[in-house]
Write a protein that binds this ligand. Structure first.
Ligand SMILES: NC(=O)c1ccc[n+]([C@@H]2O[C@H](COP(=O)([O-])OP(=O)(O)OC[C@H]3O[C@@H](n4cnc5c(N)ncnc54)[C@H](OP(=O)(O)O)[C@@H]3O)[C@@H](O)[C@H]2O)c1
Length: 204
């Protein structure tokens, strides 16, 4: 059975946890506020600092919190598939808030976690469409990028088993496109051009 740990029980954490549960995975949710994790039906709730039990770990956190969270959890992430759903946005300028010379949050994460396999996923659609599983009647599209084919296939299989559509976005370097897409969708949402319950979808 696939085992998933989601760190962060906010919008994306609860949506991705629900995808894991629908897919039949064993899901642990860790949050500083254990009550928020408890509210996710079907998941095992734990407080921040608890040991990670999943082999797939989703960092459902603001990108700015990654360094803080990794200071606690980096050693436990060795050998695991680490999923980065972040959109590293500066909400003042709506530009990408990345250090100079860094192309994507996912590639920076991979550099910080050389013993983990990093997958970029779940950042190109709003949380509401991940939780609903559909956008305007079509399965919600989840772009998945990684340099590791097995890790990409594992995350994609969870997405597909939950009834959503996984699309192979290619190697981890494509995360920069995905983060640009995520930023653009947030801009469209913030300017009222798409509802937070809608957004991008691949229609076939
Ligand atoms: N919302 C969307 O539609 C959407 C779509 C695509 C991608 N994303 C990306 O998904 C990620 C999460 O977004 P979200 O909307 O789910 O945010 P959110 O609802 O604000 O949830 C963020 C979670 O991160 C935790 N957290 C924040 N700082 C922390 C720290 N220093 N240490 C430990 N935990 C910390 C919070 O814990 P507490 O409960 O303790 O505060 C909370 O559970 C972001 O990177 C965002 O760019 C979001």
């Amino acid at each position: 059975m696939t085992t998933i740990t989601v760190i962060g029980a906010g919008n994306i954490g609860s949506a991705v946890a629900s995808i894991g549960i629908k897919a039949g995975a064993q899901v642990q949710v860790i949050d500083r506020n254990r009550d928020k994790a408890e509210a996710i039906e079907g998941a095992k709730a734990d407080g921040f600092g608890s040991p990670i039990t999943g082999n797939v770990v989703v960092l459902a956190l603001p990108y700015a919190a990654y360094a803080d969270v990794l200071s606690t959890y980096a050693p436990q992430l060795a050998g695991k598939t680490v999923v980065d759903p972040s959109n590293p946005i500066d909400f003042g300028s709506f530009g990408l808030a990345l250090p100079q010379g860094v192309h994507s949050a996912a590639e920076e994460l991979a550099a910080r976690l050389p013993e983990s396999t990093v997958v970029k996923a779940f950042n190109t659609t709003f949380a509401a469409t991940l939780a609903a599983g559909t956008v305007n009647g079509s399965p919600t599209s989840v772009m998945v990028a990684s340099d590791d084919a097995d890790a990409k296939a594992l995350v994609s299989s969870v997405v597909t088993a939950a009834g959503l559509r996984a699309l192979d976005a290619g190697p981890l370097a494509r995360a920069s496109y995905m983060e640009g897409m995520g930023a653009l969708q947030i801009i469209l949402g913030a300017t009222g051009q798409t509802p937070w319950t809608g957004g991008f979808a691949i229609v076939r």
